[in-house]
Design a binder for this molecule. Structure first.
Ligand SMILES: C[S@@+](CC[C@H](N)C(=O)[O-])C[C@H]1O[C@@H](n2cnc3c(N)ncnc32)[C@H](O)[C@@H]1O
Length: 388
């Protein structure tokens, strides 16, 4: 789309974006005129008070830039709760907690708590690890509105806990983590980074210095100008989750592919995109701080990182298979079939589960430590672990 047709930000939003650009330009200058793309993305998304997630952008929902599954239907969180209840049952509700990473507006937390209460299966605590102070406050408000009587169980953490027992859940968190960009140029893999040109921010390649990044380029096809993403931060995050978890399960839901599909010769421009007011943006420098920047998840890399930190793969499947096996249709059928709510729910469930929408591109990957019970609801359907 012609970017001239996109909605123009308010003057306050423009001022905030300009202040962020100034901060990023000064950081680039302080680093000798170049920072890696991952460092640029971290600044654009998480600079306190100005970054996309840390600043005032609406982000979620119709008035924001994108919608996520818990914003589409409360049945999403209620269905996820079926998996959580199964694990809490095995461990014991009085000794197990839930930890949600990257909780957005707090909708998923509210949906899970409501459903676990209905099942008489509330955990000891519901902890949230959230980088954005602005979103922490939004989560608190959502929970105070939807589950005020359960707010005492909710804790906000500043870092991953030690020896965590229970379930760690994250929806669309890995895709929001800074990724490295690499490009095959002049016969060598180069690290893409950001410099300041006379027209604003611009990409510039540099030889790869890090052995880890160089090794991560090995599965990529050697096609001139092939450009893609490497997810070192997300891999480090999975390894940290593995170290934090003493016993229980980790469930991560996100869009992405296994490595063979991710680094397909035809995906020669990678998956990096922006979201701005429900438009897809291909310029990563479009209104920094007002545009979400994201890339798909390489689930093979996540699996490798998990295995390296002592986690076992519990299952890998599509969102459609996960939600249907965990009982999303049974939950929706509790509504009277003639009600408006039922019709809205049917449309939302279709969006979450059909191949053409979120059912196939979104995947669910689950890891465990110290569990011996039956396979949890959601993971008993078509397992795709062989593709990793
Ligand atoms: C795309 S949003 C998804 C929000 C929510 N889970 C949902 O489904 O609506 C990404 C979320 O992850 C958070 N986030 C990103 N990196 C994080 C990290 N390293 N630790 C904790 N939260 C993080 C962001 O601040 C934001 O809340």
């Amino acid at each position: 789309m012609n970017q001239l047709q996109l909605p123009v930000p308010s003057s306050d939003a423009l001022n905030a974006s300009q202040a962020l650009c100034q901060h990023i330009a000064e950081t680039i200058d302080a680093h000798g005129g170049w920072i890696s793309f991952a460092d640029f993305m971290r600044l654009a998304m998480y600079t306190p008070a100005l970054g996309y997630y840390s600043g005032g952008a609406t982000k979620f929902g119709g008035a924001g830039d994108f919608v996520t599954a818990p914003e589409i239907s409360p049945f999403f969180g209620a269905t996820v709760a079926a998996t959580l209840a199964h694990v809490l049952d095995e461990i014991g509700h009085n000794s197990a907690s839930i930890l949600e990473v990257g909780a957005g507006t707090g909708q998923l937390a509210a949906q899970i708590l409501q459903e676990l209460e209905r099942r008489n299966a509330l955990p000891l605590h519901y902890a949230i690890l959230e980088l954005s102070g602005q979103l922490r406050e939004r989560q608190r408000q959502t929970l105070l509105t939807l589950v005020p009587h359960l707010i005492a169980r909710v804790q906000w953490l500043d870092a991953l806990p030690e020896d965590f027992v229970g379930v760690i859940i994250g929806n669309e968190v890995l895709d929001a983590m800074p990724c490295e960009l690499v490009q095959l140029a002049d016969g060598q893999w180069q690290q893409r980074g950001v410099m300041v040109s006379e027209h604003g921010f611009a990409m510039q390649n540099r030889p790869i210095q890090s052995a880890q990044l160089a090794a991560a380029c090995e599965p990529l096809p050697t096609i001139p100008n092939y450009t893609s993403e490497i997810h070192l931060e997300a891999q480090g995050f999975i390894a940290a989750l593995g170290q934090s978890l003493l016993r229980g399960m980790i469930i991560l839901i996100d869009y992405g592919f296994p490595q063979r599909e991710y680094y397909h010769p035809e995906r020669s421009m990678g998956t990096l995109i922006g979201h701005y007011r429900h438009h897809t943006i291909h310029d990563p420098f479009f209104y920094p701080g007002l545009t979400d920047i994201t890339c798909h998840v390489d689930f093979t890399a996540m699996y490798t990182a998990a295995e390296g930190s002592g986690l076992s793969l519990e299952g890998y499947t599509t969102q459609a298979s996960y939600l249907l096996d965990a009982g999303i249709l049974d939950l929706a059928q509790q509504l009277p079939t003639t009600s408006i709510d039922y019709m809205k729910s049917a449309a939302a469930i279709q969006k979450l589960t059909t191949h053409a929408e979120m059912g196939e591109i979104f995947k669910v990957i689950a890891f465990s430590k110290g569990l011996t019970g039956d396979t949890a609801p959601g993971l008993r359907g078509r397992d795709r672990s062989g593709e990793l």
